[in-house]
Design a binder for this molecule. Sequence first.
Ligand code: 3MF
Ligand code: MG
Length: 344
Amino acid sequence: MAGTFRFTFGPWNIHEGADPFGPAVRDTVAFNRKLELYRELGFEAVQFHDDDVVPDLGERSVADTLAQARAVRAKLDEHGLAAEFVAPRLWEDPRTIDGAFTSNDPACRGYARDRCRLCVDIANAVGTKLIVLWMAREGTYLRESKDSAQATDRIVAAIDDMLRHDPDIRIAIEPKPNEPMDQSYIPTTGHALALAQRTVSPSRVGVNIESAHVILAGLDPSDEMGFALSFGKLWSVHLNDQNGLKFDQDKSFASVDLRRAFNQVRVLDAHDYGSNGEYVGLDVKAMRTQGDDTATKHLSNSRTMFLRLLDVVRSLDHGAIQDLIAKRDYEELDLHIMTHLMGG
Ligand code: 3MF
Ligand code: MG
């Protein structure tokens, strides 16, 4: 019997609509109101940055930080929600301007490692053992400003620090090839999984694959997912869509390329993604043109499209497909898939 999927997103996916060229266009939705929306929209878990759990993280004592995280866990319980992961936000503090783990300033690298250990403690307090590591500023604007081999060693050392801090924590690296950096050090799934092998606990380092990030790297999201699934390392996904090589758009899932989205659903379903508790995560942005009362449709629509495509995947005629593969008639297979995508 094919599995069922459980969905998740982060509170940053309900946002005010500011972009680099203009200010907010919608009211701020309070965190408590966002929590109410999760179930209404069909979602069962929450993805967090460390400072989504504990605002003003830097200004609180450790005891106060962890008390706040436990209070958030109690709120999640009230709403029948779980925490999927916590991600250290290592890209806003002035000490991360030149990168976090790969900063050229040892004091800044120290700050980043301290923050990551605290993030692990926050994850425990809010009830998850999964850390997501999007390494926003680990890379360069200018190649000559860092040594890429030394930077890789520094990233391994920082991950080791977290793995040693808590023997049960798992870390899902979220690769991205660029933005905000010109070039990032861990651009693809292959880089992330190679890095995992260098750590003190390779079995506890996997990936969170975001569709748009893969497209920005010029690769196919379903193939990257398949690669990670083959290693047993796909621990989260950030489904969305992306229209070519430009800024990270975080468009609603399937909104640009239906067939590319279909293939992501196909590979996840074929390999029982979710059977070890993994969630189908979204990382999508509402268009800036949406008003206050229609600024969550990108979430429910993305979920709807995943489920619609799941029906499409599960109604494939496997016999006919195997027959065409055996005949190596891939032109006919192409038409068969396109016809099926169009409703038969
Ligand atoms: C950046 C992203 C981020 C990360 C998130 C969790 C806004 O391109 O995709 O989402 O997914 O920070 O690490
Ligand atoms: Mg993401």
